[in-house]
Design a protein. Structure first.
Length: 217
């Protein structure tokens, strides 16, 4: 992948007038070029065409992650989506680095699906996710909690329960929200399982987690 070519294309699309409100929306944590998501996707889609036929270019991903503009991290994520079928357990340490660098909900909530896809194909990754679920880093915890979103009948409920139990009694908003999302999502597939979980662990669940979890019950 040609990082310099991508950067040139994005520079031609940048809109400084959009950059300030985008930066404010993200709590001024990151700089922006001012490229709205639809425009960014129009650049990325043809640029990554055929990427899955080549080896995963981790150097390109790291170049995107090192750039000060948030759109480049989004490009790296779209690239990883394009090559996700080639990712293996050996890529988990690199993904962990992405999760714990320039961390915020926007990247964590994309990487959880990437990690989840690897774990579904390679169940040995579940052991890593259990370790992450007890990490001091809240973003590793959040990815562990939500990595099974949208799995439906393929959800590993024993793993889900253990990871959720590891995160009960927390005061961290992003953890409690993730717990609620995981339960809410699975309630669409197996509401009785979620009701049972809530009945068993209600005392350790925050009001936020309970509200999210019971949305469709």
């Amino acid at each position: 992948m040609n990082f310099d070519a991508l950067l040139t294309m994005l520079a031609c699309t940048a809109d400084p007038a959009r950059a300030a409100p985008m930066r404010a929306y993200m709590k001024n944590r990151f700089d922006f070029l001012g490229i709205a998501k639809p425009q960014l996707m129009r650049v990325c889609k043809p640029f990554f065409k055929g990427a899955a036929q080549a080896d995963v270019d981790w150097r390109f991903v790291q170049q995107c992650w090192a750039d000060p503009h948030r759109e480049l991290q989004y490009c790296a994520l779209e690239y990883l989506r394009a090559v996700q079928s080639k990712l293996t357990p050996q890529d988990i340490p690199r993904l962990q680095q992405l999760i714990t660098t320039k961390s915020w909900w926007d990247t964590a909530d994309f990487l959880d699906r990437i990690v989840g896809g690897i774990a579904l194909r390679h169940p040995e990754v579940n052991a890593v996710l259990l370790v992450w679920s007890q990490s001091e880093n809240i973003w590793l915890r959040r990815v562990a909690i939500d990595h099974q979103l949208l799995r439906k009948e393929k959800t590993d409920t024993a793993l889900l329960e253990q990871i959720l139990r590891n995160n009960l009694g927390q005061s961290e908003f992003f953890i409690n929200k993730a717990i609620g999302w995981a339960l809410r999502d699975y309630s669409k597939t197996h509401p009785d399982w979620v009701r049972r979980f809530i009945a068993d662990y209600r005392q350790g669940m925050s009001r936020l987690s309970l509200r999210e979890a019971q949305k469709y019950l």
